[in-house]
Design a protein around this ligand. Structure first.
Ligand code: GDP
Length: 601
């Protein structure tokens, strides 16, 4: 039973390709999936779509039936048994469909809202697809929102355009052009699918509406065509097991179960398996393989039906003892009689270690928590890109103990005493502990939203530090006095900045005159305009408050020697801490020289 996932053509056995849906929030990913799943079953004649665990199977018969209206023109030989659509759209499931670092998703549908064009997560998705080298097409969704658009369901899309008013057709045209231009900005060639003569180098755009159902048959057909034309070899069925663990769930009556997508190979009741666990690999035996009952057989009361054996591609729930600590997003291995189980366990362990080892061993950095190994991996690589060090990682809901680990950073470096919760639940007691210990939890369910929040967090800390150290920070600066206007109370002179930069608040002294202290800069005028900073080679007039100086201009020092900003060990440390990233190479060189002048170790 349950071999819906394969077909035999010319001696070759094919499995269904695994298809993921990606795109920006609110572009209609969930609605499209629902529409694909539900409208198509209502036809009655077509063999129904079957609900699986974590995925929906769209049989080829169904696609044939749906495209009957324009089938003569298509003249396509259907070789694949159907398509296996992953039920949870988005980066998460895409990231999780991985095995030892490579992607298991065969093909993707990138959803773009035709009215909005490219958005932040559209670009993120494109980058993900590129990284995993996953081919994709674009669903240009929400065409029904074009003003005066007349829905044309079950018509080939290019025929539907001909039935529109001129204004509607024009708006459609201009939206398509805008999207094509925006995709070109991402270095992607794109074209409406019926005009696309170069599917190798151009991404096909399929206009759709999840509300009216327009374009959905076209979408299924185009996916099928592209899979068959470009990558059919990738979906040849083999017994080489490829199986990835999507979720760990406790189910009443069954205990802890794992939901997996079997991408290739087969699984049987009684198989000995190995999965990665938080405390090392877990060796266990499949007790049952479960899948929801077929829709038509609603007289079956139970939630699941049991299968003796399954073949790829398929989504299934596995019941087995000892799965409590299984890590979502890792591979499942079957141990055959002649396999070396220790080697398999080592591989399973390596899979988790590879991701976790990516973090800085010095242990100073933010704490990170994600729902699965795949999403953790994606999150870590994002944090690396934006140069945020990571000190702790964990997978699963945020518990009190995770807050305690984050709190350790308070002593090490307080700016990192925060917990980034990416698409995970936060237990109430954890939130309470965080409030008590003043640990910030940043919780978001999309990666890119963290970027601004982290920027704000570190920015606020830096601003505060700069404010606090404003009195002690001194920038390196050498001045040549070019004119003397006033010699005391206050001192007013014209200066040329020979090296470095001069700011308001800078203490000035003359090292060659016994380090005589001149006073503190209170105003800078450049061409009669008040400024806060003067750069190298600027000539400005400055006012200096000399009330705290015990020296006299003309007696203890004069304008002939070079005036310096007065630095000290303390000022150097403050400057480095608060402005370290802003110091230029020449600033650093100048500081080095000044350290010798001021004899600072
Ligand atoms: P997701 O965040 O990408 O999964 O988007 P959803 O499927 O949740 O859709 C977001 C919103 O857009 C919902 O209010 C949908 O009803 C609406 N929507 C989705 N697809 C379409 C469409 O084709 N046409 C119109 N007019 N609205 C749509």
């Amino acid at each position: 039973i349950a071999t819906a996932g394969t077909s035999v053509v010319e001696e070759k056995v094919y499995r269904s390709p695994i298809i993921c849906i990606l795109g920006h929030v609110d572009t209609g990913k969930t609605s499209l999936l629902d529409k694909i799943r539900h409208t198509n079953v209502q036809g009655g004649e077509a063999r129904g779509i079957t609900q699986q665990i974590g995925a929906s199977f769209i049989p080829v018969e169904n696609i044939k039936e749906q495209t009957k209206a324009f089938a003569e023109k298509v003249k396509m030989e259907f070789k694949l048994p159907g398509l296996l659509l992953i039920d949870t759209p988005g980066h998460e499931s895409f990231n999780n469909l991985r095995s030892r670092g490579s992607g298991l998703c065969d093909f993707a549908i990138l959803v773009i809202d035709i009215m909005h064009g490219l958005e932040a997560q559209t670009i993120e998705s494109i980058n993900l697809l590129r990284m995993r080298k996953t081919p994709f097409i674009v669903a240009l969704n929400k065409v029904d929102r074009i003003y005066d658009w007349k829905p044309c369901v079950n018509t080939e899309f290019k025929e539907a355009i001909k039935l529109q008013s001129r204004a509607a057709a024009q708006e459609f045209d201009s939206k398509v052009k805008e999207t094509i231009a925006a995709l070109a900005g991402q270095e992607l060639n794109a074209e409406l699918y019926w005009r696309n003569k170069d599917i190798k180098n151009y991404v096909s755009l399929v206009p759709t509406s999840a509300h009216t159902g327009e374009g959905i048959s076209d979408l299924m057909l185009v996916v099928m065509q592209l899979m068959q034309k470009r990558m059919i070899e990738k979906v040849v069925f083999t017994e080489q097991l490829q199986c990835t663990l999507l979720e760990v769930k406790v189910i009443e009556g069954y205990g802890t179960t794992i939901d997996v997508i079997l991408v290739n190979g087969s699984l049987n009741e009684g198989d000995k398996i190995v999965v990665s666990g938080f405390n090392g690999p877990i060796e266990t035996t499949i007790r049952s393989l479960l899948t929801p009952p077929p829709l038509r057989e609603s007289r079956i009361k139970s939630q699941y039906i049991q299968l003796k054996s399954i073949r790829a591609a398929m989504g299934v729930k596995i019941v087995a003892p000892g799965l409590e600590k299984a890590v979502p997003g890792t591979s499942l291995y079957v141990v055959n009689d002649d396999d070396d189980i220790e080697k398999i366990k080592a591989d399973a362990k390596k899979e988790v270690d590879n991701v976790l080892n990516d973090i800085d061993t010095s242990g100073v950095g933010v704490s990170v928590q994600a729902s699965t190994l795949g999403s953790l991996e994606a999150f870590l690589s994002f944090l690396k890109k934006i140069k945020v060090p990571v000190g702790n990682v964990a997978i699963g809901p945020v518990h009190k103990k995770n807050i305690m680990s984050a709190a350790i950073m308070k002593d090490k470096d307080p700016k990192y005493a925060i917990l980034l919760a990416f698409d995970v639940k936060i237990e109430e007691s954890a939130q309470q502990t965080a409030n008590d210990m003043k640990i910030t939890i940043m919780s978001e369910d999309t990666i890119y939203l963290f970027e601004q929040r982290l920027k704000d967090h570190f920015g606020a800390i830096k601003d505060k530090l700069r404010e606090e150290t404003a009195g002690t920070c001194v920038w390196p600066c050498l001045l040549e006095v070019v004119k003397v206007f006033h010699k005391a109370d206050p001192i007013v002179v014209g200066v040329k900045v020979k090296e470095g930069s001069l700011r308001i608040g800078t203490p000035i002294c003359v090292p060659e005159s016994n380090n005589a202290f001149v006073g503190t800069v209170t105003s800078i005028k450049n061409n009669e305009k008040e400024v806060t900073i003067a750069k190298k080679d600027d000539t400005v007039s400055i006012g200096i408050d000399d009330s705290a100086a015990k020296t006299t201009f003309g007696r203890h020092y004069d304008e002939k020697k070079t005036w310096f900003s007065r630095i000290s060990r303390e000022s150097l440390d403050s400057l480095k801490e608060a402005w370290g990233e802003e110091l230029t190479k020449s600033d650093i060189q100048l500081l080095k020289y000044m350290k010798t002048v001021f004899k600072i170790q």
